[in-house]
Design a protein around this ligand. Structure first.
Ligand SMILES: *[C@@H]1O[C@H](CO)[C@@H](O)[C@H](O)[C@H]1NC(C)=O
Ligand SMILES: *[C@@H]1O[C@H](CO)[C@@H](O)[C@H](O)[C@H]1NC(C)=O
Ligand SMILES: *[C@@H]1O[C@H](CO)[C@@H](O)[C@H](O)[C@H]1NC(C)=O
Ligand SMILES: *[C@@H]1O[C@H](CO)[C@@H](O)[C@H](O)[C@H]1NC(C)=O
Length: 693
């Protein structure tokens, strides 16, 4: 009796000692590949899969391996389910160059945040002919090899990683014996991308492409292990990535677990977004899981360059953020993220807090440029490998709009008990706010603002800092220019900082921010208002404005800067009239266009910010309309009409064959355009359907 309970106790202790405890975000989706999982740690361990159709060279085509998302693959891939943290489902319909559809599901057992099951299913797209598919599953580790190991054979990949601890990849089940089986271990300089390693090392063997069944180089240097299995469709393969001391239990059932997470997701969705109409629920849920599937972590090298030419490299930076799109933009953007988080702070407040903290942690922390945050973040080798080298470096001084302040204000308004969190963030918020105030004003007046990186736009480049890229500005640059959008952002930011100062009890600065708010709005109302046209525009010099009609005219309304004045503010009326004007900025099919169809700059540089319909600006406008409508009845009519247009059109574009969520919608017919599947701010359509502003 005594001995057995002693035994039991020691077994129990051994289990407790060896099973590492991890947070729910220890394993995350990988940003630039169709499907895979990585550790949210410095010495990243990556788990993924790649495939190609085996005999497709019969069609006279080159062998193309699918792994890293690429437009050239011409596949219809989409996230169909998932919550970013516990499970995800991706489908890749590959019928341009191949004839298969691959579905990949990852599920974390509830009993462990540190292991994951990956199930890969393949079917032929051709009713009359089955396909042969090579499926590669791999594990790779980054960082110093001296304390890490990885070994690989045709059955398993196992080893020890600094951050994961002991790991193993085991095949759990497959519905058929593979037609061919092979493996490869090696030391790769790019462990985040294995498809090139596969194609460099595969050989023709018994009519099948196979890996050489060996480890190239010393076993102690191996950082990538790959197992290839060739199956005939239809096939299913399930592999587990786990810790050998805390394996996924025998009783684990992928489907049961997935169903449980789906139920949790559905219930949470119903609680968080009760106003979504039943006929829109499926669409709305897919919008949300597409966004959530872009939850990403980056670690490694980050480079910035000061205006004096000094380049500074931070070796161990990290950033936790969403990404807009896996194909073209598998990296985080400051201004995009503020919009993504308008959804996230409502869906998962803790996740939002981690993300915004992570962003403000990489601001320049002292000196002349303190508070600055790069608008685009290329952190670590994997992110670098996905964009040209010139884009790796953040240019100090050029910065995107401070939309994050609005997001945080919403969060604090909805969670008044989060003052401790606000206090923690406050010094960093002050620093970034001060950056704009110090570096973005014109020479002659510290309360008048102009984008530092401003160019004409249109054919001649763009004002990337503004976030509205090629939106046209005045064709000549004047020292006196006051950019309406930046002026409005600074007014809005001052008013938010005043509120934050009051909440954290910083009375000295509360008065300063209030005064900044008054001075900046006063300039807006006097200088940026073009009385002759009854429009807000970029002010160039006395009597001269940048004469364009589009998103810039709406900023005082969408940032809620106009006094309500009991419904008697003529400028509000004028903006509302612009939104009612036919054949101008509102498309009755798609939503508000970035430029009026009658504007001289309309479509001048293509379909970007000089015509196309953008959902983030439409969302902010709806939010502004909602704010003014108790006093301006026509604001309500406009809002309801616009909601209807946006929801109907985006849903239509989503439901089309090979449709989805797009980055932009075309100005005439509302057709979805570019960067499919876009997981970025177009997902704000969810909040529109949920009536959350
Ligand atoms: C997973 O992580 C969450 C917190 O991030 C924690 O509450 C939970 O207990 C963890 N689950 C397991 C099984 O370790
Ligand atoms: C690799 O090993 C597997 C399993 O032992 C075998 O079936 C396969 O033919 C081998 N492939 C090569 C290229 O040697
Ligand atoms: C393994 O790869 C790394 C990165 O390319 C390289 O620095 C290292 O020298 C390689 N080790 C061996 C033994 O080739
Ligand atoms: C350039 O500017 C940075 C930041 O202000 C500063 O740290 C650095 O010393 C400057 N370099 C030179 C050569 O002046």
């Amino acid at each position: 009796m005594k001995i057995s309970s002693f035994l039991f106790l020691s077994i129990f202790l051994v289990l407790v000692v060896f099973s590492e405890s991890h947070d729910r975000d220890f394993l995350l989706p990988r940003p630039p590949i169709y499907s895979g999982i990585m550790t949210k740690t410095e010495f990243t361990l990556r788990f993924g899969f790649a495939y190609h159709e085996h005999l497709h060279e019969r069609k006279g085509r080159f062998l193309m391996i699918r792994e890293v998302c690429s437009y050239d693959d011409r596949v219809d891939f989409r996230s169909t389910e998932g919550d970013g943290l516990n499970f995800g489902v991706t489908s890749i319909q590959d019928d341009w160059f191949m004839d298969v559809t691959i579905t990949e599901e990852w599920v974390k057992p509830e009993t462990s945040n540190g292991s994951v099951a990956l199930r890969i299913t393949g079917v032929s797209n051709n009713k009359d002919e089955e396909a042969y598919v090579s499926v590669y599953t791999y594990v790779s580790i980054s960082g110093d090899q001296s304390t890490q190991t990885l070994t690989c054979d045709s059955k398993t990949i196992s080893g020890h990683s600094n951050d994961y601890g002991d790991f193993e990849l085991v095949v759990k089940s497959q519905n058929q014996e593979p037609i061919a089986l092979s493996y490869l271990g090696l030391n790769s300089s790019h462990p985040y991308e294995v498809s090139s390693t596969i194609s460099e090392n595969m050989g023709r063997y018994k009519h099948a492409w196979q890996l050489p069944n060996k480890t190239l180089g010393a076993v102690s240097d191996t950082n990538v292990g790959i197992i290839e299995k060739v199956f005939q469709t239809p096939f299913t393969l399930t592999v587990y990535l786990q810790s050998p001391s805390d394996p996924i239990p025998e009783s684990f059932d992928c489907d049961d677990q997935k169903e449980k997470y789906k139920d949790d997701f559905d219930q949470k969705f119903a609680t968080k977004f009760p106003n979504v109409a039943p006929e829109n629920t499926d669409f709305a849920k897919n919008v949300l899981n597409t966004l959530l599937n872009g939850l990403s972590y980056f670690s490694g090298e980050r480079i910035i360059k000061y205006p004096n030419g000094t380049v500074q490299t931070f070796e161990n930076s990290e950033l936790f953020s969403f990404i807009p799109n896996k194909v073209y933009f598998p990296r985080p953007f400051f201004w995009d993220e503020g919009f993504h988080d308008m959804i996230i702070h409502r869906w998962d407040p803790e996740l939002f807090k981690q993300i915004i903290k992570s962003w403000f942690n990489i601001q320049v922390s002292d000196g002349e440029w303190s508070g600055w945050i790069a608008r685009e973040q290329v952190i670590g080798k994997e992110a670098q490998s996905r964009c040209p080298e010139w884009a790796w470096t953040g240019i100090v001084g050029t910065m995107n709009p401070p939309v994050f302040y609005i997001t945080l204000e919403q969060f604090i308004d909805e969670n008044p008990d989060e003052i401790a969190f606000l206090k923690e963030m406050y010094p960093k918020l002050q620093m970034t706010y001060n950056f704009y105030f110090k570096h973005c004003h014109i020479k002659s007046d510290q309360y008048s603002f102009k984008w530092p990186g401003r160019t004409y736009g249109g054919d001649f480049g763009g004002t990337l800092d503004s976030g509205l890229d090629d939106y046209p500005r005045y064709h000549l640059e004047f020292d006196t220019e006051i950019d309406i959008d930046l002026q409005a952002w600074m007014a809005s930011c001052s008013s938010i900082m005043k509120k934050f100062a009051s909440l954290v009890g910083d009375t000295t600065n509360e008065a300063l921010y209030q005064s900044n708010y008054e001075k900046t709005t006063n300039i807006l109302f006097t200088k940026n208002w073009n009385d002759e046209k009854s429009l807000y525009q970029d002010y160039i010099e006395p009597g001269l404005f940048s004469d364009h009609t589009g998103y810039l005219n709406l900023f005082t309304l969408l940032l809620k800067l106009e006094p309500i004045d009991d419904g008697k503010n003529d400028r509000v009326d004028a903006i509302l009239d612009l939104l009612l004007k036919e054949n101008s900025i509102v498309s009755e099919i798609g939503g508000i266009r970035s430029l009026s169809v009658e504007d001289s700059g309309f479509l001048i540089s293509g379909n970007y910010w000089c015509g196309a319909i953008w959902i983030n600006l439409n969302y902010l406008t709806l939010s502004g309309l909602k704010y003014y409508e108790p006093y301006y009845p026509k604001a309500k009519t406009i809002r309801q009409n616009l909601e209807n247009i946006l929801i109907t059109n985006m849903k239509k574009e989503y439901e089309k064959e090979s449709g989805g969520i797009f980055e932009i919608y075309l100005p005439y017919d509302g057709e979805g355009y570019s960067n499919l599947p876009f997981a970025g701010w177009s997902t704000l359509i969810l909040l529109i359907m949920a009536q959350i502003y």
